[in-house]
Write a new protein. Structure first.
Length: 132
């Protein structure tokens, strides 16, 4: 799925992840749906805030492995020079907790370069899913 690199695009990405997971057997308000939607929201928000290149969209890919019962969320942007780093924000900081949440909720997460386009992909996996 492709979205505009705006707050509205990030919000739509989160909602569509939740919708697709519901359609694919992970109901709204289930642990897997809630966790995946939160991770998607954080990754999409980071793509908009830190990976935005004017005139370029970000992409979200959602993959369910029914055998391993895992969900993989991938968010790609076109900004190569700004790689995400996991840091602990100051207690009074107003931002900087997105990747901390992703790392806490995901089974695995990381970054990969985009082989066919400029930029990077930040991905996270959760699973095995508790509602399966």
């Amino acid at each position: 799925m492709r979205f505009t690199a705006t707050p509205r695009g990030a919000r739509l990405a989160r909602r569509l992840v939740s919708h697709y997971l519901h359609e694919w057997g992970h109901p709204y308000n289930s642990p897997a749906n809630d966790t995946a939607a939160l991770i998607a929201a954080e990754l999409a928000a980071n793509a908009v805030r830190h990976g935005r290149v004017p005139g370029r969209d970000f992409r979200l890919r959602l993959v369910i492995d029914t055998v391993a019962t895992t969900i993989r969320i991938e968010v790609s942007d076109t900004r190569t020079e700004r790689m995400p780093t996991l840091t602990t924000p100051a207690p009074d900081a107003e931002a900087g907790r997105g990747l901390v949440l992703v790392a806490a909720l995901a089974t695995h997460w990381g970054t990969t370069p985009r082989p066919s386009a400029p930029g990077k992909t930040v991905w996270a996996e959760i699973g095995p899913c508790p509602d399966r």
